[in-house]
Design a protein around this ligand. Structure first.
Ligand SMILES: Nc1nc2c(c(=O)[nH]1)N[C@H]1C(S)=C(S)[C@@H](COP(=O)(O)OP(=O)(O)OC[C@H]3O[C@@H](n4cnc5c(=O)[nH]c(N)nc54)[C@H](O)[C@@H]3O)O[C@H]1N2
Ligand SMILES: Nc1nc2c(c(=O)[nH]1)N[C@H]1C(S)=C(S)[C@@H](COP(=O)(O)OP(=O)(O)OC[C@H]3O[C@@H](n4cnc5c(=O)[nH]c(N)nc54)[C@H](O)[C@@H]3O)O[C@H]1N2
Ligand code: SF4
Ligand SMILES: [Mo]
Length: 683
């Protein structure tokens, strides 16, 4: 038996773990004392090996003909993909092709994919699930502070005197961060404020719990800021010295006294005031947020409001403070950092910036890179629907289940001339593909993931790739070579990191030999730089911090006569997203075998719904049948559906309406109708 130190494949906390290997098989997991988990793992971490040897793993490339999929050799598959990409590029132009990259894959693989998109396909049409996740964080915190990343570190959460958790179900989704929040409360007397429309577990530990209505965060936060200013609790010295444009925010929040915010949010003014006082009077206050803030048509505004609140009280640039978006996937931070986005090269260098373009052209040996911002995820889907996008290369994503309005997504993908899916399983999306390419999983390759706290950490190969699967970077490199580009042939993933460091200033000092112990937190400018624990200490990335006033706007859909209830969606602790991996994990899969909808007891009574029955949930986009779970966790008028279940897909219902600034869709609010399904007696 041997053990190999690596990083967890599931969430962005980035716990370190050992894969236990016997006779070339991964047989178990042990936690590691290194990393943010401090020798602990959540249940998903403990089961991270269980999907690896699943008999359902893809082991050979597949090509579809009129009768279905046929297994083929690599040579045939690569030849077909390269040939079709070239032909489509020639016939319709570079912008008729697009790539969905993967927050499950390594930094090295994401770098290769964005380089492939830009240098070989010739377009900036590359995006990934960050668009559905923290796109509004990147724009919002980028505008306010000059960087969209988590400002402080995981360990520092325990140094805060007050923690304000808003729109993050931390115990279920980032358990090893929740553990620190709970420990701070228990051992340091840290006070917790929770704002969430559902009374999540953390609410039980909160000094103040604000149960506001879905999509009313801006009003809630503006109300808090109003109270802070009216009681003179702001940090005037910080505002004066470190920020600009404060007066504009003051003018807007002056119009939102807590009594006004009460009318919009449904939270009593006195509670809003108490929360504001507690937050503002703390020596160090930390804001922790996630999808409850970001997945709205006002996602960027929500983030800006939180940035305003933190700057107004001087809670940025110091230990134990900050605005801390918890990043979701194991490597969504890294996929953004290395440029799997339509508007930036690695290191957030704009594709429209001609100096950045010239640098990339030189390193990548390309005469001219596209200077136009590419399509975002949802724009790709719409462009396919309109017949403009002809080919899509999907790596490690499952949009048929994870994107909003899945009916439209399916139709759009069917309209494509050529769909390639590269995954470790035959996902719902892969089932629609012309060609499926089998990838090696995290247990079978070397590379790095960047965790939510900007920490670049190693993953290490424990076993050989399953079947004929290959590392993603190798597959993409072979397609590129077949298309006539030699710049994507690497001998190892380490060599790719050296190239990343050479073109990405924030990763400038990162190389694998320096990551051995506990990784490095970017920015890490050069080989002698120790990495950065928290951002914006002496000055913001943008110099001064930018206050941006935001006004409350309602969600795109509000309840009406036809659709009188509000749906919100999210996750459960045992399952991960579209369940491709957790469903292959026997321990995890049995915990919650079936999808369900949370419905308040009063609503259930009114609609005549009892446990054990089925309900039909309808929105303007689709309908599903699902099992009800009658629970006071949701307030009256609001239902919640976890989006993990293919048989009762929440995303058949959700609204793709985008935030105009970041293009994130409104996955957290839409209007629905719930009805009891009349049981037809079986014969
Ligand atoms: N077990 C597990 N862990 C995961 C994942 C997983 O699938 N499973 N996914 C990972 C990924 S990619 C991500 S992005 C993170 C997501 O982590 P979270 O954001 O914590 O997860 P969600 O369940 O999507 O939503 C969080 C909370 O938002 C609340 N909410 C809904 N509407 C609103 C609103 O209008 N305002 C506010 N303030 N709150 C609202 C919901 O009630 C919910 O409690 O989790 C990561 N970790
Ligand atoms: N209704 C609703 N919808 C949502 C959300 C919500 O809160 N509500 N949240 C959104 C958010 S925040 C996110 S992040 C997205 C997530 O959406 P996706 O990223 O599309 O969902 P996953 O199921 O995580 O898909 C990851 C895929 O990668 C594959 N994979 C794993 N490892 C590898 C590898 O090494 N190589 C390759 N090639 N493939 C691999 C897995 O098998 C899986 O098919 O969902 C979004 N959708
Ligand atoms: S908290 Fe996240 S990174 Fe840590 S073990 Fe659980 S899923 Fe893995
Ligand atoms: Mo996410």
């Amino acid at each position: 038996m041997s053990r190999v130190l690596t990083t967890c494949i599931y969430c962005g906390v980035g716990c370190n773990l050992y894969l236990r290997v016997r006779n070339g098989r991964v047989v178990g997991v042990l936690p590691s004392r290194s990393g943010p988990g401090e020798g602990k793992l959540c249940i998903k971490g403990w089961c991270a090996h269980e999907f690896v040897h699943s008999p359902q793993r893809l082991t050979k490339p597949l090509i579809r003909d009129s009768r279905g999929f046929n297994e083929v050799g690599w040579d045939e598959a690569i030849k077909l993909v390269a040939g079709r990409f070239l032909a489509i590029k020639e016939q319709y132009g570079s912008n008729s092709l697009a790539v969905l990259s993967s927050a499950k894959c390594t930094n090295e693989e994401n770098y290769v994919l964005q380089k492939f998109t830009r240098a070989v396909l010739g377009t900036n049409n590359i995006d990934h699930c960050a668009r559905l996740c923290h796109a509004s964080t990147i724009v919002g915190l980028g505008t306010a502070f000059g960087s969209g990343a988590m400002t402080n570190s995981i360990a520092e959460i325990e140094e805060a005197d007050v923690i304000f958790v808003i729109g993050s179900n931390t115990t279920e989704q980032h358990p090893l961060i929740a553990r620190r929040i709970l420990r701070a409360i228990r051992e340091r007397g840290t006070k917790l404020i929770v704002a969430d429309p559902r009374s999540i577990d953390l609410a039980d530990f909160a000094e103040i719990y604000l149960q506001h209505k879905l999509g009313t965060d801006v009003s809630l936060i503006n109300g808090m800021m109003n109270l802070i200013l009216s009681e003179d609790l702001q940090d005037s010295e910080f505002i004066e010295r470190r920020t600009r444009n404060f007066e504009a925010v003051k003018k807007v929040v002056e119009r939102v006294p807590p009594e006004h915010a009460e009318k919009i949010t449904g939270v009593p003014a006195e509670k809003i005031s108490k929360a504001a006082r507690l937050y503002a009077k703390a020596k160090r206050a930390s804001i922790v947020y996630s999808m409850g803030i970001t997945q709205h048509t006002t996602g960027t505004d929500n983030v800006l409001a939180l940035a305003n609140l933190a700057m107004m009280t001087g809670n940025v640039g110091k230990k134990g403070t900050g605005v801390n978006p918890l990043r979701g996937h194991n490597n969504v931070q890294g996929a953004c950092d290395v440029g799997a986005l339509p508007n930036v090269f690695p290191g957030y260098q704009g594709v429209t910036d001609c100096q950045a373009r010239e640098k990339m052209q030189r390193v990548w040996n390309i005469a001219e890179l596209d200077d136009k911002v590419g399509l975002t995820q949802l724009e790709m889907i719409n462009s396919a629907y309109a017949g403009d996008l002809k080919a899509l290369y999907v790596v490690g994503e499952n949009p048929v289940v994870s994107h909003p309005d899945t009916g439209h997504v399916r139709e759009s993908l069917r309209t494509l001339e050529f769909l390639v899916v590269q995954d470790i399983f035959l996902s719902e999306t892969a089932k629609l593909a012309n060609v499926v390419l089998p990838a090696a999983s995290f247990a079978e390759k070397d590379g790095t993931f960047t965790s939510t706290e900007r920490r670049v950490q190693r993953i290490r190969k424990a076993i050989e790739p399953i079947g004929h699967s290959k590392e993603d970077w190798r597959i993409t490199g072979e397609i590129a070579e077949r298309m006539g580009y030699k710049g994507l042939i690497y001998s190892s993933a380490e060599e790719i990191m050296d190239e990343i460091a050479s073109v990405t200033p924030i990763y400038g000092g990162i190389s694998w030999d320096r990551l051995e112990d506990s990784g490095l937190q970017w920015p890490c400018w050069d080989r002698s730089h120790p990495g950065t624990q928290f951002l914006h200490e002496a000055e913001f990335f943008s110099g001064l911090g930018n206050f941006v006033p935001v006004d409350f706007k309602p969600p795109a859909e509000e309840p009406d006569e036809e659709y009188p209830m509000m749906l919100t969606t999210g996750r459960l602790s045992f399952l991960f997203h579209t369940s491709t991996m957790t469903a292959k994990s026997p321990t995890l899969n049995i915990q919650v075998p079936e999808g369900y909808v949370e419905i308040n007891p009063e609503d259930a009574k009114r609609l005549g719904i009892g446990e054990g029955e089925r309900v039909r949930v309808k929105s303007r986009r689709g309908e599903i049948e699902i099992k009800p779970f009658v629970t006071p966790i949701v307030p009256q008028g609001t239902i919640f559906i976890p989006f993990h279940f293919v048989e009762s897909p929440a995303n058949a219902l959700t609204n793709p309406a985008p935030d105009p600034k970041s293009k994130i869709p409104e996955l957290k609010v839409c209007a629905v109708k719930v009805e009891r399904v009349e049981q037809v007696a079986s014969l």
